[in-house]
Write a protein that binds this ligand. Structure first.
Ligand SMILES: Cc1ncc(C[n+]2csc(CCOP(=O)(O)OP(=O)(O)O)c2C)c(N)n1
Ligand code: SF4
Length: 284
């Protein structure tokens, strides 16, 4: 009797580096889910690129056996887009924190969402700046007290899911590091999605903003009968803040940026090189 051996296991993606995160950090759960998802999809490490920004979450490429790019603060999306355009055959995964993605890097979100490149973006959302010792972030709640907001944050937190749906992302979901099996399934769906797959992952910072007791009682699943192609309904669900809803909110299909660029290259090649005489004639 022959047995089928899985080509890759979660272990296949572990590096010799032990994550230097604080014991109990939610990012461990995210990393484990990512390993499981990659193994389930049999992604060959040689065809995988993990791109990060700066932050505790930004250390992730060091812990995944793959190609990696630990870029600069807030620049996950343009770097990931460049990698994907250079070689569309690669599986590209961007990872970073809520500060990295929504504050300094926030300007890249609308343009990535509307371009729809085929890569996955995982935000490890702990509602604080972990690496720099717990300042408030764009997803910190009103009244959040920290060194930078000693009297409590006076800013309305942004809603990542509503923002991504509004900007035209073609896959929008939310997971929780404390539910790693469900999170692995969600990451798998995001990677399988042909287009820009965004997953907001609630990943508590046990050291500076411990939400392990706050999140679980508020968790609810996206209703089973939710039609993920219904954008208005997805937006409505995203605005429901009494619960922390987990699952896929929105998914649709649109041509990817890489396909568009390939089409432009084809047209330009068919047209041939521009004639210098014609260009000079315009200015004479
Ligand atoms: C241009 C620039 N500005 C500021 C910093 C300092 N800095 C490093 S990480 C960080 C925020 C980290 O928070 P987040 O992105 O939420 O990630 P976490 O550490 O919570 O995973 C900041 C402000 C920097 N490295 N580069
Ligand atoms: S400071 Fe917070 S986010 Fe950073 S490793 Fe520690 S628990 Fe995790």
């Amino acid at each position: 009797m022959s047995t089928t051996v899985a080509e890759f296991t979660p272990q296949s993606y572990k590096t010799d580096e032990h994550p230097i995160w604080c014991p109990g950090c939610g990012d461990f759960g995210v990393l484990d889910s990512l390993y499981k998802s990659l193994a389930g999809l049999s992604v060959n490490p040689k065809d995988l690129v993990v791109v990060s920004g700066i932050g505790c979450s930004g250390r992730t490429p060091g812990f995944v056996k793959s190609y990696g790019f630990h870029s600069v603060h807030g620049r996950v999306l343009p770097v990931a887009l460049g990698v994907k355009l250079a070689n569309p055959a690669l599986t590209v995964i961007g990872v970073g924190g809520d500060g990295d993605g929504f504050a300094i890097g926030g300007g890249h979100i609308p343009h990535t969402a509307r371009r729809n490149p085929d890569f996955t973006y995982l935000i490890m959302d702990n509602s604080t700046y972990g690496l720099t010792k717990g300042q408030y972030s764009p997803t910190s709640p009103l009244g959040f007290q920290a060194g930078s907001t000693p009297y409590g944050s006076i800013e309305q937190p942004l809603n990542p899911l509503a923002m991504l749906i509004a900007y035209g992302a073609t896959f929008v979901g939310q997971g929780y590091s404390g539910k790693p099996r469900e999170l692995a399934d969600l990451i798998t769906r995001a990677i399988q999605h042909k287009g820009f797959g965004f997953v907001n992952i609630l990943s508590p910072c046990i050291t500076f903003y411990n939400t392990y007791k706050v999140i679980p009682p508020k968790i609810a699943e996206v209703p089973k009968d939710h039609d993920v192609s219904n954008r208005a309904k997805a937006f409505e669900l995203a605005l429901e803040t009494d619960h922390v809803m987990l699952g896929v909110f929105y998914q649709t299909q649109r041509p990817t940026f890489e396909d568009g660029v390939a089409g432009v290259i084809k047209q330009a090649q068919a047209a041939g090189p521009p004639r210098l005489e014609a260009i000079f004639a315009e200015f004479s």
